[in-house]
Design a protein around this ligand. Structure first.
Ligand code: HEC
Length: 249
């Protein structure tokens, strides 16, 4: 092997410079990689500001201009949002002349579609506690009956107590709750609350009908329905046992 001529070799300082430049070239990709996997509270580097950053008060920040120091101001007392006057007390509050209404408001057309809607909504929002047929034996009622948190009784909607509420009050109970029952105003829109009232009335009616009043065809149909296996309510087959459905109070 012949050694290369010293004159044709790349000078050491050039090799050193190349190594140095390559080392510096590694810095940007390392920074990019770090930025991809780390988070920072610092504002991004902005080349064009446009209107991205402006002076403003953010929610819950303070402002010395006001005596209470809050930057978020309350609306002027008595302010009513457009379309939220809710002046129609029958429809919005279930009251007529300051008393619970005994009828549905004129806005609510009680028909088959409303009842179907009410049944579906009841199944979602009420049946877990009150049970499909309203006897207060929903799954939550069954489970809490044996819980460590002390028993709570879910009212049988067809009991004397359940029947005592006028239509307007039923509407109010759904929205605002009663005693230990929470209100569902924020989850259930107003039309659906009225639909549920209609379904609750239907449940209550169904519990007090004289068999003689049932039309012959309907009676035959009901009698022909075979009991589904395991539908015997008197013996809930809960694992571990000991849980009895609550049948009202
Ligand atoms: C989380 C369980 C729960 C849900 C869900 C629930 N309720 Fe109740 N409800 C109760 C309990 C518990 C009571 C009894 C409150 C009391 O008096 O302590 C009650 C009471 C009532 C009453 C009043 C009867 C009375 O005690 O005077 C009505 C009417 C009623 N519920 C209707 C409904 C309707 C309609 C829905 C569906 C929108 C619903 N509830 C959803 C638990 C529930």
């Amino acid at each position: 092997m012949t050694l290369p001529n010293k004159d044709t070799q790349v000078p050491g300082w050039i090799i050193g410079a190349i190594i140095l430049v390559n080392m510096f070239l590694l810095i940007p990709p390392v920074l990019v990689a770090k930025a991809r996997f780390s988070t920072s509270r610092a504002t991004r580097i902005h080349v064009f500001y446009d209107m991205d950053q402006q002076q403003k008060y953010t929610a819950q920040s303070s402002n010395d201009l006001f005596r209470d120091g809050r930057s978020s101001r309350l609306p002027v007392l008595g302010t009513v949002a457009r379309g939220q006057l809710n002046q129609d007390s029958h429809y919005y509050w279930g009251t007529v002349d300051g008393d619970w209404a005994n009828s549905f408001p004129p806005e609510v057309d009680v028909n088959a579609a409303l009842l179907a809607r009410g049944e579906a909504r009841y199944g979602i929002y009420c049946a877990p506690c009150h049970g499909i047929s309203g006897h207060g034996d929903g799954m939550i009622a069954r489970r809490t009956a044996v819980s460590d948190y002390g028993a709570w009784t879910v009212t049988d909607l067809s009991s004397e107590k359940g029947l005592a509420h006028p239509i307007g009050e039923l509407f109010n109970i759904i929205g605002h709750g009663i005693n230990t029952m929470p209100g569902y105003k924020s989850q259930i829109p107003i039309e659906d609350r009225w639909a549920i009232v209609a379904h609750v009335k239907a449940i209550q009616f169904s519990q007090s009908v004289d068999v003689a009043e049932i039309p012959a065809g309907e009676k035959q149909r009901l009698e022909s329905i075979e009991k589904a296996p395991g539908s015997d309510d008197s013996q809930p087959s809960e694992e571990g046992g000991g849980s009895q459905p609550r049948q009202g109070r």
